[in-house]
Write a protein that binds this ligand. Structure first.
Ligand SMILES: *Cc1c(COP(=O)(O)O)cnc(C)c1O
Length: 394
């Protein structure tokens, strides 16, 4: 008897927005003060200050999405038209899209079975590149020591796509603070949920000032950002305005969630590691371990179908898990998946990337939000182990 899919845990709902957001949202509704630059000390300005303080960086620029933050990051760096930007081939379609939007050319780098950048392919492709955009896909951190060393040796700026890595640490550093610029997402599937939204962080005052103006701080609105007067004045009227500002309601929803980051990261890791150990009971499933310097903050779990699996067996495993109430996506087996590089036809001629392809057609993805309880985790683990036992007898 398959377990009862009716009582499976809901892995899709987000956490409730903290009650503390309600008074501020009411105030905004009453006053209609939704534009970030109408008043001094607006919710967006306060969010930028709180986020920069949490991350331990000098500047944060809140925008409409992580994709726009990535776009602004490349524009702030003043990358030339046609700039070659190294980017891992395992990422979300919006990331190479942001490179195209900024006038660049994505150079896709192979990703290994451990979901991290293949350093040999990275080294082979770095000559002739203009910038490096590291996408920490699903919160998996590539070897940032090796990447920073190579990028510095070639004089290349590093942008971190930390959209899904809020709360992750590398050695004693927060992910997103290692490169020149870090970008985060506040879309609903990420650690902080505003429905939509993003932020760009940096310690470089010139990059921050350029991003502020290009995000849409027209005329003298940049005066409502603290500490960047002379830099912003220097760039006045010299940069295009891409108008991708965050609005006050989003910031009001996010502000009381900042205090939740540490708890959500800790609970997410506990949940992840619990299920990872259980899945390790089957020799047909493999959860690649974190790298030694990495402390993860996952809200999902990725595992590989290990050993010999056919596509049909992989699909049968998905169906058996589904019958038990657990949705498993195999990145490379679902039609039009936005994380499969061969679907990024907007890039034109796509390279063949055999390592990344081999990983994607056997890499499984389940959501595992921080709010799940111990019985939820057991339900999910048992469902997956039963499903694999149906397809691959012991
Ligand atoms: C979600 C995500 C993005 C896109 O973020 P948006 O805010 O939706 O633009 C980019 N990269 C990664 C790794 C993501 O997880």
């Amino acid at each position: 008897m398959p377990r009862d899919a009716q009582i499976a845990p809901n892995c899709y709902d987000a956490e409730p927005i903290p009650e503390a957001a309600r008074a501020e949202i009411d105030r905004l509704l009453t006053t209609g003060d939704l534009f970030r630059y109408t008043s001094e000390g607006s919710p967006v300005a306060r969010l930028e200050e709180a986020f920069a303080a949490h991350m331990g960086v000098r500047y944060a620029v809140a925008v409409s999405s992580c994709s726009q933050a990535l776009f602004l990051a490349m524009k702030a760096l003043d990358l030339p038209e046609g700039a070659r930007v190294l980017v891992p081939a395992f990422t979300f379609a919006a990331v190479p899209s942001a490179i195209v939007h900024a006038g660049g050319v994505p150079v896709l780098v192979e990703v290994g079975e451990d979901f991290r950048i293949d350093l040999e392919d990275f080294a082979a492709k770095i000559a002739g590149a203009d910038a490096v955009l590291i996408s920490h896909m699903r919160g998996h951190t590539s070897d940032m020591d090796a990447i920073m060393e190579q990028a510095e040796a070639h004089g290349l700026p590093v942008i971190e796509d930390a959209a899904h890595s809020l709360g992750t640490r590398w050695h004693d550093r927060k992910i997103g603070t290692i490169g020149r610029i870090g970008c985060f997402s506040f879309q609903s599937y990420k650690l902080l949920n505003a429905g939509e939204g993003g932020v760009m962080i940096t310690d470089d005052p010139d990059l921050a000032a350029r991003a502020i103006i290009m995000s849409g701080a027209y005329e003298h609105n940049w005066k409502k950002h603290s500490g960047l007067m002379t830099r912003c004045e220097a760039w006045q009227n010299k940069l295009p305005l891409y108008n991708c500002r965050m609005q006050n309601l989003s910031a009001a929803i996010l502000l009381p969630q900042i205090g939740e980051i540490t708890r959500r990261a800790r609970d997410g890791l506990r949940n992840h590691d619990h299920v990872a150990v259980r899945l390790g009971e089957s020799r047909w499933l493999k959860v690649p371990p974190a790298l030694a310097p990495e402390t993860r903050a996952p809200d999902s779990l990725q595992f590989l179908l290990a050993g010999e699996w056919s596509d049909d067996e992989a699909r049968a495993f998905q169906a058996e898990a589904k019958a038990r109430g657990v949705s498993v996506s195999v990145f490379g087996l679902s039609t039009d998946n936005a994380r499969a590089f061969w679907n990024w036809q907007f890039l034109g001629d796509l390279p063949e990337l055999p390592k990344t392809r081999a990983m994607l057609v056997r890499a499984c993805d389940i959501r595992l939000p921080a709010r799940l309880t111990q019985p939820d985790l057991e339900f999910i683990s048992e469902a997956l182990l039963e499903a694999v036992a149906q397809v691959k007898p012991a």
